[in-house]
Design a protein around this ligand. Structure first.
Ligand code: C2O
Ligand code: CU
Length: 520
């Protein structure tokens, strides 16, 4: 719809090529390595035992205190370093809420920096959404009353101070949030926390010699975003998890700033996708590969009856396009890297079957004629040089090197419809209760588009049908070239605390690729 056929064909070829390349690079010995005998009964044979964040059930009544505070944490074995998080850990507990409940959370800031908390994917009104206001100064606190009314899903929460979200999430200000509605039990899905229902929060870091994660200054990473050499899961590198030797449910959350996690198992075993961002799919989808962009979630069922396997993240080469030229920028990862090695244990419980059907989705409209549309163009434009000229894009494939060149290029301009985010400006006004189609266009590169306060269905991607894994309810979607999103707005937000839409590549968000909207 937005592109000529030649472009589409080339893109398909490109995607296919990287897929095959990934196959060739898979370490065939990885699965065997994890089967090595263990020295100690409670220690995995290699790597670090995957930590499982505490599960906290929020119930109506006394507010739950979510305290943002410093903590000590070891990303790599025996190298504890200073981090931040909620409640004294790197990141925070998994907060579980039941549909129909109204729960209160008191966010307390015991950090030296201003902070706030946004409930990503939770359908609540603007004044408790935490996306723009209030900002809590050190020592301050804020109580949010959250009326939970949406289907079961794996969501998350994270700091959302404009301009410092990249650093804050990197440092640990993020956690998982789960909405439950009883459907998992009805469907017979694995639901024992930390046993056959595992949260996997995926990130990537670079570490110094002391084991401290290092994030280069934002300004140097505005165009491409930071990608680390070391994948971490639930805060640890080289994670190993003991699992029962049967079907297990994994709740995947991409909490990386810029990396799209391109997920495969080392033995290419298929798995079943059962839920995307905001709930179950109508039926499980069998896949052997799943890309998860920053901010996205997915729930999958994996069978460990057939032996050990490692979940890998494939190199995230990303495309930049400018003035008819296209460059494929290589990732810092040269080969698929391990996220978690799973070690199945013998287990008496019968394996949970893969349900035939899950939860039906509402019908899509037969025609989109007459549905109001808005168009959003996400741009990464060359910055202006001191002389007033336009700087060229860095297409050398060596972004970091170019950054240290004698004449550094000015930072790119990150805009939506030609404007960078302005806290004092309302960009769009939406009528409460309406359904609209938002056309998202990303001419320069792929952007994970996200909006607050509403969920959507993907109607089309790049002028064609949505990708297999984008058919369900979503709040974040990787827009390669273009996408049409069908959005119903059911939660209010006024100009004092508007919702925002933005790119979830955190450097782009901080750099201004964001807009504000009211719903009334
Ligand atoms: Cu996950 Cu506006 O954020
Ligand atoms: Cu972006």
């Amino acid at each position: 719809m937005f592109l000529d056929d030649r472009h589409l064909t080339r893109r398909r070829l490109l995607a296919g090529a990287s897929f095959v390349l990934g196959l060739g690079l898979l370490p065939a010995a990885a699965a065997k390595k994890t089967a090595k005998s263990r020295d100690r009964a409670d220690e995995p044979s290699s790597g670090t035992a995957l930590p499982i964040p505490a599960l906290v059930d929020l119930t109506p009544g006394t507010p739950y205190e979510l305290v943002a505070q410093p903590a000590l944490h070891a990303f790599r074995r025996d190298l504890p370093v200073d981090v931040v998080g909620y409640g004294g850990t790197y990141m925070g507990p998994v907060l579980r809420m039941r549909r129909g409940d109204t729960v209160a959370v008191r966010v307390v800031n015991r950090l030296a920096r201003p902070t706030n908390v946004h409930w990503h994917g939770l359908l609540v009104e603007g004044h408790v959404d935490g996306g723009t206001s209030p900002i809590l100064e050190p020592g301050a606190s804020w109580e949010a009353s959250l009326a939970v009314d949406q289907p079961a899903a794996t969501l998350w929460y994270h700091a959302h101070v404009h301009g410092s979200t990249t650093q804050d999430v990197h440092d640990g200000l993020a956690g998982m949030l789960i909405v439950e509605d009883g459907v998992a039990q009805t469907l017979g899905l694995p639901s024992t926390w930390g046993v056959d229902d595992l949260p996997l929060i995926l990130q990537d870091r670079d570490f110094d010699d002391m084991g401290r994660p290092v994030l280069p200054p934002l300004t140097g990473n505005l165009e491409h975003g930071f990608r680390g050499h070391t994948p971490i899961v639930n805060g640890v590198a080289d994670a190993t998890a003991r699992v029962p030797g049967r079907r297990v449910r994994l709740r995947l959350l991409n909490a990386s700033g810029a990396r799209t996690h391109r997920l495969v198992f080392d033995d290419r075993r298929p798995f079943h996708l059962i839920a995307s961002d905001d709930g179950y799919l109508p039926a499980p989808i069998e896949l052997a590969f799943l890309p998860l962009a920053p901010g996205e979630r997915a729930e999958i069922l994996v069978d460990f009856a057939s032996g050990p396997a490692a979940l890998l993240t494939e190199p995230d080469a990303h495309e930049h396009r400018a003035g008819g030229s296209v460059a494929l920028l290589p990732d810092v990862l040269e080969a698929p890297a391990r996220l978690v090695a799973f070690e199945p244990q013998r287990d008496q419980t019968n394996s949970h079957p893969v349900p035939k059907a899950l939860v039906p989705l509402p019908d899509l409209p037969e025609s989109t004629l007459g549905i109001p549309r808005r168009r959003f163009e996400l741009r990464v434009s060359p910055g202006l040089t001191a002389a007033g000229g336009v700087a060229g894009h860095d297409h050398s494939g060596h972004g970091a090197m170019a950054m240290h060149a004698a004449t550094p290029s000015p930072p790119p301009r990150l805009t939506i419809n030609g404007r960078s985010f302005d806290m004092g400006r309302i960009d769009e006004q939406v009528k409460l209760g309406t359904t609209e189609i938002w056309e998202i266009v990303s001419p320069d590169m792929a952007h994970p588009f996200h909006l607050h306060g509403a969920h959507f269905r993907v109607l089309s991607e790049d002028g064609g049908r949505p990708k297999l894994w984008n058919g369900g309810m979503k709040d974040t979607v990787q827009v390669e070239n273009s996408a049409e999103l069908l959005i119903t707005f059911t939660r209010k937000a006024d100009a004092s605390a508007p919702f925002v839409y933005h790119c979830h590549l955190l450097e782009h968000e901080d750099g201004g690729m964001m807009g504000a909207f009211t719903v009334a």
